[in-house]
Structure formats: structure tokens, C-alpha cells
Design a protein around this ligand. Sequence first.
Ligand code: PLP
Length: 261
Amino acid sequence: MARPVSALTIAGSDSGGGAGIQADLRTFAAHGVHGLSAITALTAQNTRGVTAVHVPPVEFLRAQIDACFDDFDIGAVKLGMLASAPVIHAVADALEAHRPRWLVLDPVMVATSGARLLEPEALDALRTRLLPMADLLTPNIPEAELLLGASIADGADADAALAALRALGPGAVLLKGGHLAEGATVTDRYADDEATRRFRQPRMAVDGHGTGCTLASAIAANLCLGRPLAEAVRLAIGYVHAALRSGTRPGRSEVLVLGHF
Ligand code: PLP
């Protein structure tokens, strides 16, 4: 019997179960895809914020990645929190050795709560080593601003940023528009070699935790299921919105944790 295709997340752990590895694995499972994980960093975190971060030695991260590739048929890799430049170099080295079929890069930098999840001096390593390797880059507006060193204030700026991000080397870009005030809808802008598309959803008046992680993982899961990239993106945006609608507030804050049902 052929092995089913697995998805690998290389990302941080969220002890509160809302974002990071925990969201990624639930998303893979909800798509019927076996999930693998290589943990870059452990965060002590709940719905109110991050209180501590521990980054294990990069040799241990590499061992996790190698163990996954040595045994499983990996259809797609999703990258989330990478914490520091040494972690980025270790991940890039491992991916150059293993050459995954699809690489989805969520350039996690700062949590919604304000906690830093990537050291500022690691930005260059992200730009030079991982962006050119990614099949899809999925920044939100603040992440795109940091990657480009330019401010994005409106839709016209976002259109220009989409092109500028593509010029940094990824095969395709999904620029998430949630941080822009564009009326009652949120516009996510997508571009690959063939097409530019806009995905519009009604804006939801909730403070969702782990939406970026969930979106990138849902894209990776859909790629594992054989869907073309733009279609994987469209389906994943729909998945996140359904997960927001079925979200709950398990912590003491107003922060919503997505439902994966
Ligand atoms: N914690 C970890 C480990 C993450 O990977 C992420 C992902 O972006 C976050 C927290 C941030 O989640 P959010 O900004 O959605 O609260």
C-alpha cells in the first residue's frame, strides 16, 4: 500500500494551544492529512500573551527535520515561528538537503499580543535564505512592511507591495489584508507567475489567535491533497473563516481560539 502523503510544520509551540504547532497539527488533521512537526521554539503562552521563549539547540531541530524526511513521504512543508538567525540557517540547510515538493513560508515576526517571535537581526537571513526557496510567502501587512522596509497604508500600497515581495524571490505571494482598513471586507492579494487574484471575505469583529498559522497550514494540507496552489489558497481562506466562526474563548481574555471541526 502506498504511504499517504504527510505535511510537516517547522514552527514554534504555543502552550496555550491556539497558534503555532498546535494549530498546525489540528489543521492538518481536519484536512485528513497526517501531520509531522519539528519544533523551533517553545513558548510559554496563553490567550493573554507570551511569558517566556525557549529555543532548543539547532542540532536538535535538524535532528527532528531529518527524522521526518527519513521516514515519511512529505507533500508540503510549512514554516512558522523561526525565532533567530541560527534557526533560519539550520532550517534552510535542512531544506536544501531534503528539497520538499512544496514550501509555504509564513514569516512570523510579532504575535498579535505584541510578543516578538523573530529577532529583528534575523530579518536578513529570512530574506536571503528562505524567501527565494519558498513556493508561497504569506505575510500580513506588518510583516510585509518589515520585509520591504516600506509602509503600506492603503490598497494601492498593498498592490505595489505584492509585486515588490515577489521580486524578493518566492514563487508566489499571498499578502493578507486584515490589518488594512478597506471597509467591511478583508482583501487578501495573491500573485504567482501566471495570475494575480484577490480574495475578499466579510470582516469579522473578533480578535482571532493563530489565524496566520492556520491559514498557512491549511494551504500546505491542500497542497498535500494535490490541489493547485491558487486553489489551495482559496480553500484555505475559506477554512480559516469557518474556523473563526466555530471558535471559542477557552482563556480568561477575549481572544478567540479557532475551532477545527
Ligand atoms: N505563538 C506561536 C508559537 C506562533 O507560531 C504564532 C504564529 O504566528 C503566534 C504565537 C502568534 O499568533 P497570533 O499572532 O495569531 O496571536
